[in-house]
Design a binder for this molecule. Sequence first.
Ligand code: GLC
Length: 779
Amino acid sequence: MESLGALTASQPIAGGLELQAGPARLRIQALADGIFRVWVHPDGRPFPAHPFSYAVRPESFAAAPPSVTLHRGEDHLVLVLGAWRVVVQRDPVRLHFEGPSGTPLAADSFGPVWEADRIAVWKRRAEGERFFGLGEKTGRLERTGRAYENWNTDDSGYDTRDDPLYKTIPFYLALCPTADQHVETYGIFFDNTFRSWFDFGGRAPEHVSFGADGGALVYYFLAGPTPADVLRRYTWLTGRFALPPRWALGYHQSRWSYYPEAVVRALVAEFRARGLPLDVVHLDIHYMDGYRIFTWDPERFPDPKRLAEDLRREGVRLVTIVDPGVKVDPGYRLHDEGLAEDVFVRYPDGRLYAGEVWPGRCYFPDFTDPKARDWFGRYVGEFLRTGVAGFWCDMNEPSVFGGGTMPDLVVHRLEGRGGTHREAHNVYGLLMARAVWEACRRHAPDRRPFVITRAAYAGVQRYACVWTGDNVADWSHLHQALTMMLSLGLSGEPFSGSDIGGFIGTPTPELYARWIQLGACSPLFRTHTAHGTPAQEPWSFGEEVEAIARKYLTWRYRLLPYLYTCFAEHLRTGLPVLRPLWLHHFDDPRTHDIEDAFLLGPHLLVAPVLEPGARTRRVYLPAGRWYDFWSDRCYEGPADVLVEAPLDVLPVFVRSGTVLPLGPAVQHTDEPCEFLELHVYPGTGGGTLYEDDGHSWAYESGAFRRTTFTLEASATTLSLKADVEGTYRSPLKHLTLCWHDCDGPAQLKVDGRVAAVRYETTRRLLYAELSVHFAHVRT
Ligand code: GLC
């Protein structure tokens, strides 16, 4: 392995500096405040004028680099940008970063190293430093002490130790202790699509290293100092999830597969008859004609358009699965048109590559070619016109029976640059999702797309939500679902979910009940199960579990105004919907280990039961006062508390000083929402309510309403202010204030006028009707 030698020349460039160290060339450049790119060309080639990345937003590359100051010292060069410094040692060239605390961060030990095509970066692991990220990985949420690999892999029924799985997100976040007993956070994004690896002190405890089998030696440093700062910067670079259609936040029912159409209709009727909310039904591979993508089985689904229309009247939408493989079958339209338009991948000698998937031998579209993406998108357009509301992209690692995936030497166009599957493999799923998302934008420009994908690369959040693949109906997978969703959120993807109840096998009634409870907090709330398993609907596990499912489905729909607001906040800040406790309490080391409880948005702390037989739950509550959501019992943190958690209780706590919007208990998201409750919990703080039409892009031009609440309340006094931005006219007609932990009836003035109040002594709750346009309520 070779590494950088002594500095021989340096030259300032916009936003940074370029260095020569022996034969190698190194470029350090700021893209924005607190975002630095480090790029090495071992052979000294000049850097291209326009860097290429599938993960980075084109807008981030186009932004003018900020101006930096350069100090030349005897031993070091220092690049300064605001509170951030990149310190470059001259001999040998090694660098580190410094933030406000002055603690060296991500300091090179050996720095960038290379040998033939293989490249890596070696950094020092600071004392007590901890690592998180890499998206969907098995095992603990924390990555310290383990090594991981990235090579998108279909591992059906995976073990909770398996690696790699379906997704590659080569981004990590470090919590680094500072000299003054605080914690400073930073992130590293290794934008390399080849087979890659990360080692967080697993094989060499004093080092953190990452590398790949080929490709560019380039990484980004994303500055903190807080975890929220790192995530804001990472998602500035790689993009955020635009607002999903509101219906996508409702409940989804899936199985492999619901067919024929009569079964789908009966399923929907059953949900409605039982009063169980439902927004989406997923159609798995049996809807197709012989698994030929973008076809319908003429007997099972003779009139899909009518089916879609009829279900829409019930408030239910259809999402259809789509795999990348196109059946080798002369006469089948996609086969013939795909060949005619030359969109399939080939061997180096020009022969078509074919691999076996569900339909038998298949050709594979080259999603790294814009022409192939457009071609695929045409059929997406047809399905949209049939009334399909969203697309479920599966098998896109890509998965090929027998060999796992396609051979390394298969050729891809890679946007005209040309290359092999070694480079294209890890972005294949991302680009399939992108093809579908772009097609939705093209063919249904007024609607927000809904795309879900199994395989992914960094930046996937710009195109799709994800699920965690073929999990297993056991308790370890329930816990794993939570750590995976948390980790995906820490890796830029806020919209994820697991197959509720487990895909392989059959959950016990108890496991299904606990999974529905976690599911109700999951950004994507979908039950799914494999072919041939027993029924896995909310009523399939007996009356007790059905009642529990109804309680949490209903609760989910009541939470929608809050949850939707969390998505709007993600779009502004890059913060995920599900958050580890340390995201907001990083200075409390007790929170760094916690991976069995989480924050749902900024205000709710959820401690799901993840063990069989447990009817109590131990929870660590960080500093501040917390209210039990169900009983209003109040706790002073920091504290370890033991709470009752019978099978029908998901322990949830509300931070004091919260304004929590709760909607009505509806059966689906198309039901008009004229009622809203504003739950206030004494303390100093506030909350946000974001509203818009829930389906169009009008919010981008101001047609939203964001109400920011400021709260100052105790058990006897209250001041609640509302500040409104945006032009959207909310359909809300009734707004009820619910003041928790209130001592007794109080006189309330809404914008100066005395309001009627009602007080419930046993629950210590005070209710008052507010005008939907109120500006200030006070005692
Ligand atoms: C894959 C998917 C699974 C789907 C099945 C059949 O295993 O991960 O969700 O049900 O294929 O399409």
